[in-house]
Design a protein around this ligand. Structure first.
Ligand code: SAM
Length: 303
């Protein structure tokens, strides 16, 4: 069984042999610092009951380290050439299922093939739980992380390499420039942490931005405090849509066919929001309460 020596020269040689250059449209920036690959695996604290979903197999370096620890790994790669390369690397791991497909059906939905494979793996591992562990393609990192919290197989944890700027938004607090719909959506149901910032130098080819490993640990008790997850997800997105506008203007515009301005003013008063309140000043428990007041008046609303 080959060890994961994913160095720049190894990658250049292997990709050169098959006449392939890394495709920036697929976010093909490979992690070449083995210590950091190990840090990702250790941060996910994998054990036999864990079913890992990895999006972006690449050459299989992260997969190779995860497979001996996890119960099952479902790994997805969009690129046919990389899929072939990784197939050779992963041939000796019977608990790894490789899929060659786009992990996303569209921006809001996971591929049903991927979800079926995850469901099957979860049903075959005793007392199983799902963990997303991946060096994510940056162009689809946001839909992957936020949609997985809405899909039929809820992850217990997500450990991922993403753009640092996205990591900053995930962990941001009210009153900061990074606090937005993504911060609220994630922190309302999970503990969020930046495990490590990473310089572009630890990837080949180096991306244009600084990266970070984030860990998102879902808290079922917090999640149970959100009666309608889809409504909350969409309403929070609508509230942060125009950051420069006041909260009231955002609510009026989002709810325009469902609530009159008078209705909105009543709700604002009930919440004790002043006329110059802005969404980015409001903490998550308050946004949850506000969502429920609005939902009671406009249950059929959607973005
Ligand atoms: C940042 S690289 C990570 C590769 C490898 N895991 C590593 O750590 O070196 C991202 C990988 O995701 C693949 N990819 C990009 N978009 C994808 C998608 N929508 N679905 C599945 N794989 C995708 C790319 O081809 C690439 O191999």
């Amino acid at each position: 069984m080959s060890s994961p020596r994913q160095t720049k020269s190894f990658l250049m040689k292997r990709l050169g042999e098959i006449g392939v250059a890394p495709a920036s449209r697929h976010g093909q920036n490979f992690l070449i610092d083995l210590n950091l690959v190990e840090l990702i695996v250790n941060s996910a604290d994998l054990g036999p009951r864990d079913v890992v979903l990895e999006i972006g197999t690449g050459t299989g370096s992260l997969t190779t380290l995860m497979a001996p620890k996890a119960g099952r790994v479902v790994t997805v790669e969009i690129d046919g050439n990389l899929f072939e390369l990784a197939s050779e690397q992963l041939i000796d791991f019977p608990n790894v299922q490789m899929l060659q497909t786009d992990a996303l059906k569209n921006k809001n939905t996971f591929s049903p093939v991927v979800m079926d494979a995850v469901g099957q793996a979860l049903s075959e591992v005793p007392n199983s739980r799902l963990k997303l562990v991946a060096n994510l393609p940056y162009n689809v990192a946001t839909p992957i992380l936020s949609n997985l919290l809405l899909c039929e197989h809820l992850p217990h944890m997500m450990v991922a390499t993403i753009q640092k700027e996205l990591g900053d938004r995930i962990v941001a607090q009210p009153w900061s420039k990074d606090y937005g719909a993504l911060s609220v959506w994630m922190q309302a149901q999970a503990k969020t942490e930046i495990v490590r910032e990473m310089s572009p130098k630890v990837f080949w080819p180096p991306p244009k931005v600084t990266s970070a490993i984030v860990r998102i640990t879902v808290d079922p008790e917090m999640r149970a405090q959100i009666p309608d997850l889809r409504y909350f997800h969409q309403f929070v997105k609508a509230l942060f849509l125009h950051r420069r506008k006041f909260l009231r203007a955002n609510v009026v515009s989002a709810m325009k066919r469902h609530l009159s301005k008078e209705d909105v003013d009543q709700l604002m008063t009930a919440m004790e929001f002043g006329p110059d309140a802005r969404t980015e000043q409001i903490d998550i428990p308050t946004l949850l309460r506000f969502t429920e007041l609005v939902r009671a008046k406009a249950p059929d609303w959607s973005l």
